[in-house]
Ligand binder design. Structure first.
Ligand code: PGA
Length: 253
């Protein structure tokens, strides 16, 4: 499957620095971007400016969260339709930082994913266990529950497996751990959506991916891409992660 590399900038970036970063990315990606899909999810205030800068590149634009309703009295929130209006094709929902800092539960995340689909966006739904759940050997149970309750009924979404203990810690999961969990996720998806449909769903890994370890994950068939936080804030690092999807031959071409 074609890999998807996502840069989640979180709450980082002012206009001048971000424009420089994006321009570097556009230049770096000009030659290689046809081999895999690249997406950046900057903070909301940058979407329109950066969207214009990437318009003639292969880089896509996404939001970091959306409300589950279309409009209304929700101070500080942004709707899926607004993200679409700003030029987005994707939106991340259910990131663990939203689940923890904003008390978001599976039911809310599911309704956000449905709102995103209704607005013509592809939701990237994040799931993953915390350190305690991992130590208790409950990873698959936790992930299974999250899939059951936070995924929308219809297709047209991406799943990102992001173990919370690996996010921003410099301590990535091992490729073996990731593959085991992703295989389990695909089995659960197949039961729910059908085998052929599940095979077409992209399942990403995220958590402390950097240019040094990216190749270990991205050369594996069962890992369909990556969600990158910290390393997406440096154009060269992000580019180096992207090209680690490529075979040696593709890198040379
Ligand atoms: P990280 O973040 O790459 O900085 O660990 C990943 C994420 O939160 O999506």
């Amino acid at each position: 499957m074609r890999k998807l590399i996502v840069g989640n900038w979180k709450m980082n970036g002012l206009q001048v620095d971000s424009s420089i970063l994006i321009q570097k990315l556009v230049d770096l990606w000009a030659s290689k971007s046809s081999e895999y899909d690249l997406l950046i999810c900057p903070p909301a205030h940058l979407l329109i400016t950066l969207g214009q800068m990437i318009q003639s590149s292969n880089i896509a634009l996404g939001g970091q969260d959306c409300h589950n309703e279309k409009t209304g009295a929700h101070t500080g929130d942004i709707s899926a339709e607004m993200l679409k209006d700003a030029g987005c094709d994707y939106v991340i929902v259910g990131h663990s930082e939203r689940r923890v800092e904003h008390n978001e539960n599976n039911a809310l995340i599911r309704s956000k994913a449905i709102a995103a689909q209704d607005a013509g966006l592809v939701p990237i739904i994040c799931i993953g266990e915390n350190a305690e759940e991992k130590e208790d050997g409950r990873t698959l149970d936790v992930v299974g529950e999250q899939i059951k309750h936070s995924l929308p009924p219809g297709q047209g979404f991406v799943v990102a497996y992001e173990p919370i203990w690996a996010i921003g810690t410099g301590c990535a999961a091992t490729p073996k751990e990731v593959v085991e969990t992703l295989n389990y996720i695909r089995t659960v998806l197949a039961k729910r959506y059908g085998e052929a449909e599940a095979d077409a769903i992209r399942i990403l890994y995220g958590g402390s991916i950097n240019p040094k370890n990216a190749g270990k994950f991205l050369t594996m068939d069962s890992i369909d891409g990556a969600l990158i936080g910290g390393s997406s804030l440096d154009a060269e690092d992000f580019w180096a992660i992207g090209i680690s999807c490529l075979t040696d031959k593709e890198k040379k071409d």
